[in-house]
Design a protein around this ligand. Sequence first.
Ligand SMILES: Cc1cc2nc3c(=O)[nH]c(=O)nc-3n(C[C@H](O)[C@H](O)[C@H](O)COP(=O)(O)OP(=O)(O)OC[C@H]3O[C@@H](n4cnc5c(N)ncnc54)[C@H](O)[C@@H]3O)c2cc1C
Length: 517
Amino acid sequence: MSTPIKSIIIVGGGTAGWITAGTIAAYFKNDSSQSLSVTLIESPNIPIIGVGEGTWPTMRRTLKNMGISETDFFKECNASFKQGAKFAKWVTGEEDDFYYHPLVLPQGFLEGNLAPYWLEQNNNISFSAAVCSQEHLCEQHIAPKQIGTPEYAAVANYAYHLDAGKFSGFLTKHCVSQLGVKHILDDVTDINMSPTGDIKSLSTTNNGELEGDLFIDCTGFKSLLIGEKLGVPFIPKKDTLFIDTALAVQVPYENEDTPIASHTISTAQEAGWIWDIGLSSRRGVGHVFSSDYLSEDMAHKQLRDYLRPRVPDIDSYNIRKIPINSGHRAKFWEKNCVAVGLSAGFLEPLEASALVLVELSAKMIAEQMPTTREAMDIISKRFNTRFLYRWDRIIDFLKLHYVLSKRTDNQFWIDNRDPNTVPDSLLELLELWKYQTPWHHEFSQTEEVFPAASYQYVLYGMGFRTETTQRADHSSDRNFAKEKFNEVMKMTNSLLEGLPTNRELIEKIHSYGMQKI
Ligand SMILES: Cc1cc2nc3c(=O)[nH]c(=O)nc-3n(C[C@H](O)[C@H](O)[C@H](O)COP(=O)(O)OP(=O)(O)OC[C@H]3O[C@@H](n4cnc5c(N)ncnc54)[C@H](O)[C@@H]3O)c2cc1C
């Protein structure tokens, strides 16, 4: 007799818990064959982390699949549009040092590679400004769509900035009222095992014992189920990514028509970097740094100095400290328990890669939900292989930003370039890219976290040079490139004329709403 999977229990009501609950419940909403119940239990005593305000474009699909109105999301989560990240002072530390990692692909990216032709030109236009319009839009705080563009549709690809505290509450309401997720506010006090080594049930303070077939650990850094109970080891990554502390603060705009940035701004500091995220109602700003290279007092000072020109009374603000333990679990799915969110691991938020891993995990769990316990071990093996690959790729990509820096103002930057701190996989790619530009062959998995385009934006944004002999003498390719560069110029002009500013569009969404799909 096989054992059917009928009851999913999620522990933790942060963003990870609710995205996972909503994704699974929406996926099975109209499927009578598997009749799954989804229960989410969260502690009324342990607060959610409440940071994590930058997403990926994947969040549009995630919210849409849950049946959420994008207008409601904008209004209730103080959301704004994100079209990429601007990296300031990462290469030399000078005032004019910046580059963009936009969210649109280079023009014609699925048909041909513009990078060799941009390298050939050697003129003053940055890589991202030459191959797509998004840097131009961001520099002028322009929105990625118009009020008439339907919900979730885009003129230029976009993600969100959102209020992390409000987002969990918003998802709770939707998942409970629209998707039938059962919500229990209680503390899990014990985890009870069956003789097979599976989790059998959870003991709680007020709700007795909760039995389930699949348990999803969304307990944040505590990692209560997979770490504390099942003992799956944590693999630290601090030797590669040195950041270990975050200081976070929320500040107001100077006045009500201050432009809302349409991108995350990441400004490198002496031993880390400052994120700056513009929501509709306020900014969320934080300094992540390595305490091995910078004292906490200096990190505070640098954050306050960064904010002071636009927030003169910054000294009166409370700044929250959050320790960061870079790394991830050796496995994410063990027995009948899967870890999603911070319980699975965390890496500095340089490319906002945490929530996208939550979304991808939830999607894979829903789509490949084992029908019986007997099928679970095969699926968990697949899950672990796929996500270990993804964590490795993210580590490579984050490290790339440090390896290409030329800063010498603190040993932090010099040590970051030491090959002993760089994964072999990245060293090999960097060697290859001396001679040929990043292309699809290097990144061939389905749902690759960072496509070759992302590597091109960072490499050439940071001044890396590739010998341009490859394919550059193909005249048809050269004509293709010329055509695409011209298209970008034309498209940029028409988008700059036709699109509202980020603030104008957000205000219109609050007043009138976007067109429903
Ligand atoms: C400084 C910083 C900046 C970040 N920036 C970004 C970003 O820009 N983009 C991005 O994608 N991500 C970012 N992240 C990551 C992001 O914040 C998290 O991935 C996201 O919030 C998910 O958190 P979580 O739900 O896993 O954990 P939490 O929010 O910590 O939730 C844990 C839940 O577990 C519950 N719980 C714990 N123990 C028990 C118990 N015994 N019984 C019952 N319930 C229990 C708690 O009550 C809570 O509900 C950032 C993280 C940090 C630290």
